[in-house]
Design a binder for this molecule. Structure first.
Ligand SMILES: CC(C)(COP(=O)(O)OP(=O)(O)OC[C@H]1O[C@@H](n2cnc3c(N)ncnc32)[C@H](O)[C@@H]1OP(=O)(O)O)[C@@H](O)C(=O)NCCC(=O)NCCS
Length: 219
């Protein structure tokens, strides 16, 4: 399960030796991402500046995978780290659900990489993890993210007031979801539109050509 392929994106868990690329991309996007992420915990080392903090983050994600509570993926395009797609807060029992969060490097925003990666993640969630429901929650003024769920026609479930702490504020969020029943009906079209290789697609090339270092021990 460690590598998932879309048409142009490759998703795999981040490893400690991704630190250099992680730092470069996170530094460049720091100010922009601050507006859409929970506030940094005071006193906690910054994973974009401290390799040990990044290694700890990778280890925490590996434990989540081992426990089945979360699956965090780096998003790679043309072999370069460009963002993240994270399935989190996985609940089993009667819920069988997960939340999805994502971000992409501003340098490659607007190319449809995130909706593509989201379809890859949905296929993984429904067909490999056998979850029943995935949810995306979006701050109403985040028009770029609202476009992502609009492109995939995720079902709107309403406004959750003061839902998640974003940059120090309890922000309202629009909630969007898909269930396994919907995935089953829509998967052929979503896969054909977003992730099936095109006839002369570079995704035909071996994965090892796309991401140097793949196969290293995670975390
Ligand atoms: C939301 C986000 C992940 C979208 O990723 P993406 O790969 O650019 O997605 P898309 O290519 O489908 O673009 C979505 C919309 O972003 C806007 N957009 C286009 N180019 C852009 C650019 N260079 N910079 C910012 N936004 C751009 C457009 O409105 C686009 O819709 P369109 O394709 O109909 O024009 C990305 O903007 C991002 O990382 N934002 C900051 C973090 C964030 O908001 N995360 C989600 C929290 S819910």
């Amino acid at each position: 399960m460690s590598t998932l392929l879309g048409r142009r994106v490759l998703l795999r868990p981040l490893m400690r030796n991704d630190f250099g690329e992680w730092r470069e991309v996170r530094r460049r996007n720091r100010a922009r991402l601050k507006a859409w992420e929970p506030q940094a915990v005071a006193g906690r080392p910054d994973s974009a500046e401290d390799p040990r903090a990044f290694a700890d983050r990778c280890s925490a994600r590996r434990r989540e995978r081992q426990h089945g509570t979360g699956y965090g993926f780096g998003v790679f395009v043309n072999g370069c780290f460009r963002g993240e797609m994270n399935l989190s807060s996985i609940q089993r029992g009667p819920f069988q659900s997960c939340y999805v969060g994502y971000w992409i490097d501003e340098a490659v925003a607007g190319n449809g990489y995130t909706p593509e990666a989201l379809v890859v993640a949905a296929r993984f969630a429904f067909e490999e993890l056998r979850l029943h429901r995935m949810q995306v929650a979006i701050v109403p003024r985040n028009s770029a993210s609202l476009r992502v769920v609009e492109k995939l026609d995720l079902r709107y479930e309403g406004l959750a007031e003061r839902y998640v702490e974003i940059n120090g504020v309890w922000e309202d969020h629009h909630r969007f979801a898909m269930t396994e029943e919907e995935w089953r009906v829509r998967a052929p079209d979503l896969i054909a539109q977003w992730i099936a290789p095109l006839p002369d697609d570079r995704a035909e090339r071996p994965v090892s050509e796309l991401v140097p270092g793949r196969g290293d021990e995670p975390g």
